[in-house]
Design a protein around this ligand. Structure first.
Ligand code: ZN
Ligand code: ZN
Length: 411
């Protein structure tokens, strides 16, 4: 049987992950997480990492069958628990300068038929226990990266009318194109792309907008931006000094909204795949920065549970701009995976903000982030609000309006 995944491009993806995504330095340890199915990419990345001089490369595999076994046979009380000891250990490794790589390949519908109460509790317990790991990632303490692998269960969800081999081949090609590994020199192509994203970020930072106003069908939303916010996009230096590209692919420039200054209503423009369930047609109303009303035509219960995770879950931690003409958007494909779908549309995120999206982020304290209006939460969930109809105006500190997006494109 012919492998539907182009092995040469998979090898290039491993190179891009190590050289561009992580910028892995000699002697650095690497902690990788991946589903079992992604083992071929894990092995290629491991080889690339050691060739780049990695210290120890450690992979933690997850297994969909084992996850389902927990839901079918696990004791009810177990759904309020998580592996805190593991996340403590990962946090320790980060403090010793280990880099982090995640391979995203999950079946977006894995938990669709499981008890939403158990799913909600397990998510909440995991969010709480993973704080030591998440904290260092949102503070950008170390270089990190996420890449994707075309697993069969994910591919069948994205291309339901094709047989498995064809679906995997199509998803592989989509991942390779979006990750720029279908080009002759992907590392150079990423250098060019990073320049474009840096120029957009610079323009937004020079304007130093007080707020952005989004309008479009079902949307009239004013997002106040945090004090001393900084727009970012593409490659950036982590606090350990290593320049990395956290997301591959990435098309966004993004910053931190003000946790109490978001007003109006907004609807989602794409379904959101959240921990194995789908949430679709979200309509939300914001008041004083918080979602005070939210409905969804699919996944209402999971949405409500997600918004009730903690105090900060109803406020925003990110606003990101992505033109409708972005390659991922143009593919017209719904990937049921935030890594891809968030790079096809302007989006906002409920929950935790990135402290790197502030001026002087190297030295900013948790208290300063909060004083600037940065939100904190155990979740960070991106959802898509941009479409071909999206208009965005920047509102300057003196109230002047500057067109930022018209009909889904940079103005
Ligand atoms: Zn984003
Ligand atoms: Zn995000």
């Amino acid at each position: 049987m012919i492998n539907p995944i182009d092995q040469n491009k998979l090898k290039k993806l491993a190179q891009v992950a190590v050289q561009v995504g992580l910028g892995l330095e000699k002697g650095q340890d690497l902690i990788m997480t991946a589903p079992l199915e992604a083992a071929p990419l894990v092995r290629l990345i491991t080889r690339e990492a050691y060739r780049a001089g990695a210290g120890l490369v450690t992979t933690l595999y997850s297994d969909a069958e084992a996850t389902l076994a927990r839901y079918r046979y696990g004791h009810d009380l177990s759904f309020d628990r998580s592996t805190g000891w593991l996340f403590e250990g990962i946090g320790q490794a980060f403090d010793n300068n280990a880099a982090r790589l995640a391979i995203s390949a999950e079946n977006p519908m894995l938990l669709a038929n499981e008890d939403p109460d158990k799913v909600g509790r397990a998510n909440k317990a995991m969010s709480a226990a993973s704080a030591p790991m998440r904290k260092r990632i949102v503070e950008f303490s170390i270089n990190w990266n996420i890449v994707s692998y075309p697993s069969a269960d994910w591919a069948k969800q994205v291309f339901p009318n094709d047989n498995e081999d064809v679906a995997v081949g199509k998803l592989a090609d989509a991942i390779f194109a979006a990750s720029r590994v279908d080009l002759d020199d992907p590392v150079a192509a990423w250098g060019e792309h990073n320049k474009v994203l840096a120029a957009k970020s610079k323009w937004l930072n020079e304007h130093n907008f007080a707020a952005l106003h989004f309008s479009g069908p079902g949307t009239d939303l004013t997002i106040g931006l945090a004090d001393n916010h900084e727009w970012m996009g593409g490659a950036a230096p982590a606090k350990n000094g290593i320049i990395c590209n956290p997301n591959i692919p990435t098309e966004e420039v993004f910053t931190t909204p003000h946790a109490t200054k978001v007003e109006g209503y907004v609807c989602s423009s794409k379904p959101l795949s959240y921990h194995g369930t789908l949430i679709d047609n979200i309509k939300a109303r914001f008041e004083g920065g918080r979602i005070v009303e939210a409905t969804a035509s699919v996944g209402q219960e999971v949405l409500t549970k997600m918004l009730d995770t903690d105090e900060g879950a109803r406020s925003l931690g990110e606003v990101a701009l992505v033109p409708y003409s972005s390659p991922i958007s143009q593919s017209g494909t719904l990937f049921y995976n935030t890594m891809f779908d968030e790079n096809a549309a302007c989006h906002i995120a409920q929950g935790q903000c990135y402290s790197k999206c502030f001026k002087d982020s190297e030295s900013i304290s948790e208290e300063q982030v909060k004083a600037n209006g940065g939100n904190s939460s155990q979740i960070h969930v991106d959802w898509m609000i941009g479409s071909a109809e999206t208009n965005i105006d920047g509102i300057k500190q003196n109230g002047d309006l500057v067109p930022v997006f018209r009909k889904g494109e940079w103005a």
